[in-house]
Ligand binder design. Structure first.
Ligand SMILES: [Fe+2]
Ligand SMILES: [Fe+2]
Length: 547
């Protein structure tokens, strides 16, 4: 990935085109597309506007001003920084632009437009509005899901539901959206990764140009030949708050009012191997112009431990600081993979997260963990600590220590609200819009209780059983262990699709503060995509306000 000023760049070729269109674009086309917002370092005063264009943009810039009435003519002009990369599989160069809009007034609405000297629409450039976050303790709403894909059904794992999911965010009009990983599954379409990202970006723009979408990387953001961990496509498109390490953009924190949001890159700690993979029998052939060698069958990009402990050290430091900050009532973590999932046909739970991060969540009283990865909805009871040696090997039945999370209560609270100062609630929100909903959950046939698969060791590729001797066909084994999912509180068996809506009430001094969570699901979407999201359940988290 390289960075350069946006002006005076030589034009270059590209074949990116707007949503669902594959026409050849002029090589010097700087028309903005895939426009999206993220929070800057302080959401009350800063927002980043990011976009892409088919070719290199000349003088790429944002015009921004406070609305009422819209007066972009009187706006500030903010020049964008260009970041580009050349896809390591098909050789296409992707141009992205990032403009940091600083010194905003908190809790105010702004109008902005995005353009360049070679913007085809420069007479009437794209424009939208956004709202800065409130400063200090205030009420606000956010939404979340993961595993979104694109609405273009020719791409593997894409589905029309992906469009409805983006529209659902707009229906609830949150201050911002958390997109918890597996953004577009470009790595499942290895010859066309930039085109898949473009379809994703243009779909998401319907909402993300109007309110920040804050992502975390999932296993499907890991791509061959695109950087050491395979995250170049992701990192080139997003500008995210600094974490002070050499892994910029992969994990970060931001704070709004009394809530601290922490976004993590769980591929660093999970045991499961689920990044880019060549199952065979054919090798994966990068385009000749890339200069890359064929990638042999059985190759997977396994990045477990990639930060060498830096991420966990950052997390510990960040959580310790939050514990000592009496202005922070709530700690919400988003990551892609799951520590507590009892999906039967999905990935299940991963012991890596339980080992590395759950003890930190316990010690520093994280309230909520929002994940995706398994394409369903599941809610845990508040959990703290774990039971040892409570699992068994899936093949042999021998006892395995899965670090089974321990629920602090196992019934809906009598007063109607969970006090998460006693335990962390995990939500699986993997129902964005893929073509692979998973709404079937594990059951222990012996006792009828909920059962979870647990991955307790690396599942690296192995020769597929039954393959013709000598055939280069590989698979990745599923979870190696099982446990009773004593921590599972609610599972949606009707559909894999939905969106969670969170309303934070800061409460009054010396009183209680609360978060009301409503999960809406798209009933019937497993058969026919639908715009209709109905309420599935409501829960309230409430605790004593600090400070
Ligand atoms: Fe996924
Ligand atoms: Fe995933």
């Amino acid at each position: 990935m390289k960075e350069a000023g946006a002006t005076g760049l030589a034009a270059a070729t590209s074949t990116l085109a707007p949503f669902g269109v594959r026409a050849q674009a002029p090589p010097d086309d700087g028309t903005p597309e895939q426009i999206h917002l993220t929070w800057g370092e302080d959401p009350a005063t800063s927002v980043v506007v990011s976009w892409a264009s088919p070719g290199a943009a000349v003088n790429a810039r944002v015009l921004v001003g406070e609305t009422l009435p819209a007066s972009v003519a009187a706006a500030r002009v903010i020049h964008a920084v260009q970041r580009s990369y050349t896809d390591g599989l098909n050789g296409q160069t992707v141009y992205t632009y990032h403009a940091r809009v600083e010194r905003l007034r908190p809790d105010a609405t702004f109008r902005y437009s995005v353009t360049a000297d070679n913007d085809r629409h420069r007479e009437q450039p794209f424009s939208a509005t956004f709202r800065s976050a409130p400063a200090g303790r205030a009420a606000f709403r956010w939404t979340s899901y993961g595993d979104l894909a694109t609405p273009v059904t020719s791409w593997t794992l894409s589905s029309p539901q992906s469009r409805f999911a983006v529209e659902a965010v707009e229906r609830f009009k949150p201050l911002f959206h958390l997109l918890n990983g597996d953004l577009c599954y470009a790595n499942m379409n290895p010859a066309s990764q930039p085109a898949v990202w473009a379809d994703f970006g243009n779909n998401v723009q319907v909402s993300a140009a109007w309110r920040p979408w804050m992502p975390c990387p999932g296993n499907h953001e890991i791509e061959f030949n695109n950087g050491e961990q395979g995250f170049n496509s992701y990192l080139t498109r997003y500008t995210l708050p600094h974490n002070g390490t050499r892994f910029a953009g992969l994990w970060y924190q931001f704070r709004i009012g009394s809530a601290l949001f922490i976004s993590l890159s769980a591929d660093d700690v999970v045991y499961q191997d689920s990044g880019a993979f060549v199952p065979g029998p054919a090798a994966l052939q990068p385009a000749p112009g890339t200069g890359h060698a064929p990638i042999e069958p059985g190759t997977s990009l396994y990045i477990h431990g990639y930060s060498g402990g830096e991420q966990t050290a950052w997390l510990e430091k960040t959580l310790a600081a939050a514990s000592n900050d009496h202005g922070i009532d709530w700690i919400i973590v988003q990551m892609h993979q799951d520590a507590l999932s009892s999906s039967r046909n999905g990935n299940g739970s991963d012991k890596g997260i339980r080992e590395r991060w759950l003890p930190l969540f316990d010690r520093h009283r994280v309230d909520l963990v929002l994940c995706g990865h398994d394409h369903d909805y599941e809610r845990s009871w508040p959990v703290r600590g774990c039971n040892r040696d409570a699992g068994r090997d899936a093949a042999t039945g021998i006892t395995v220590d899965t670090l089974q999370p321990q629920p602090v209560i196992t019934a809906e609270p009598v007063d109607g609200s969970f006090d998460t100062s006693h335990g962390t609630i995990h939500l699986i929100l993997g129902g964005g819009g893929t073509s692979a909903p998973l709404d079937v959950f594990g059951v222990n046939a012996a006792n009828g209780l909920a059962q979870a698969k647990v991955i307790t060791r690396p599942n690296r590729p192995v020769t597929r059983p039954g393959a013709t001797p000598g055939a280069q066909v590989f698979t990745k084994p599923g979870a190696d262990a099982l446990e009773d999912a004593i921590w599972s509180a609610r599972r949606d068996t009707q559909t894999g699709y939905g969106i969670a809506v969170f309303d934070l009430d800061p409460g009054m001094a010396a009183g209680k503060t609360s978060i009301t969570i409503r999960y809406y699901h798209a009933q019937g979407a497993d058969r026919v995509p639908t715009a209709n999201y109905e309420l599935f359940e409501t829960m309230v988290l409430a605790k004593q306000r600090r400070g």
